[in-house]
Write a protein that binds this ligand. Structure first.
Ligand code: SIN
Ligand code: CO
Length: 385
């Protein structure tokens, strides 16, 4: 709790959620005292050269930043030469999914575990030399902007004017009017709810910002995905039927009788709210499109068991686990294990690891067989953090 109080400017998680979450911005000086970041700009650039790491490079010409042509966006993977060719100022490199790469970024997320994991998106890290940034914009999601090395000036506005610079390759507000400004130093953090206009500009040449971003699926997406899940789980294959059909005069018309028959078919597509829990657990643990698991090399169950008893297991940084009413899900799949494994699965989901000592009793056999399957898929690894 002490830690949560520093992180949230002396507020308890309950106070923060009640007063600020999804409602208003909060500046937190010294949110993570002593935080200086997790990697250097060169290391970040190195990651942006890898194929499985989503990255973007944004550049602008300060003389023409009010016109679309003044902005450029390039998507990774990059090559070292791309960085060597950059000007000394007015660009930024953004790398997503850092919690899938750096154990420290995954550990950073643990500070926010008073918010459901299902709401978390990822940790993005940006680097910018002086003057760099992504321009004034709004995001549809909540974000905690934690300053690593260097300084960044954040300007925010609650303005309603959301006009964008026409033809720009990214969404930049054309009429941003700053209402509040702060310079954030290492360890300072700014919480922004969705739809607050903001603009972060690097104040020096080693500015690195860590964005802890949240996800909020659109109703349309949830509906489409849920129907798709219902289809896979035996939605009726009933075909349209019209044995009472009479000859029509206008063959190109969709008539009321057809609408009525289809309406009847769709009304038979009933679903119970209980079906939503497993659907959400599956949906929120589904790996992102860029995630690739590397299978571990084959190991007999006996050898695997010995090693787990020696060193425990840790979830791969890309693995996502959630549960609903005692049913566990991992990377979009249901965990088929008896209820008595529930408390160990709960530790695995929440702590992301299981210590060796937990396996010293004989009755972890079923769990060990399942852990080995997950190990072979690369969803978890031997050893503790
Ligand atoms: C950044 O780190 O420069 C961008 C973060 C944001 O504005 O959402
Ligand atoms: Co933003």
């Amino acid at each position: 709790m002490q830690e949560a109080l520093t992180l949230l400017n002396g507020l308890t998680p309950t106070q923060f959620m009640t007063e600020y979450w999804q409602k208003k911005p909060l500046l937190i000086r010294g949110a993570i005292p002593g935080f200086k970041g997790m990697l250097t700009p060169d290391e970040l650039a190195g990651l942006a050269c890898e194929t499985e790491v989503p990255s973007r490079l944004i550049q602008f010409d300060p003389e023409h930043a009010d016109a679309g042509a003044g902005w450029q966006v390039a998507h990774g993977p990059f090559e070292e030469d791309d960085f060597a060719a950059l000007p000394s100022q007015h660009w930024t490199l953004l790398v997503q999914g850092m919690n899938h790469i750096l154990p420290e970024a995954q550990a950073l997320l643990a500070h926010f575990n008073f918010i459901p994991t299902a709401r978390l998106d990822d940790v993005m890290v940006s680097y910018a030399p002086t003057g760099g940034g992504v321009g004034p914009h709004i995001d549809s999601y909540d974000v905690f902007l934690l300053q690593g090395a260097g300084k960044r000036r954040w300007s925010i506005s609650q303005q309603d004017d959301l006009r964008l610079i026409p033809d720009a390759p990214l969404r930049i507000l054309s009429h941003f009017v700053s209402e509040q400004e702060w310079v954030l130093e290492p360890g300072d953090m700014l919480y922004l709810p969705p739809n607050i206009a903001h603009w972060g500009v690097a104040e020096d040449d080693d500015c690195m910002t860590y964005s802890i971003g949240f996800r909020a699926p659109a109703a349309r997406e949830l509906a489409v995905e849920f129907l798709d899940a219902c289809r896979q789980e035996g939605l009726s294959d009933e075909l349209y039927r019209d044995p009472e059909l009479q000859p029509v005069l206008d063959a190109t018309a969709i008539d009321q009788a057809m609408v009525k028959r289809v309406s009847g078919m769709l009304q038979r597509l009933t679903w119970q709210p209980e079906a939503l829990g497993p659907f959400l657990a599956r949906y929120f643990t589904e790996p992102k499109s860029y995630v690739v698991f590397t299978p571990n090399r084959k190991l007999s169950l006996a050898k695997f068991t010995d090693q787990v008893r020696e060193s425990g297991v840790t979830l791969d940084l890309q693995t996502q686990m959630l549960h609903w009413q005692g049913q566990y899900f991992i990377n979009g799949e249901v965990v088929e294990l008896a209820d008595e494994c529930g408390h160990l699965l709960n530790s695995l989901a929440n702590q992301r690891q299981l210590g060796a000592r937990l396996f010293h009793s004989e009755n972890a056999k079923m769990l060990l067989a399942w852990l080995r399957d997950m190990y072979l898929l690369g969803y978890l690894h031997l050893g503790e953090i």
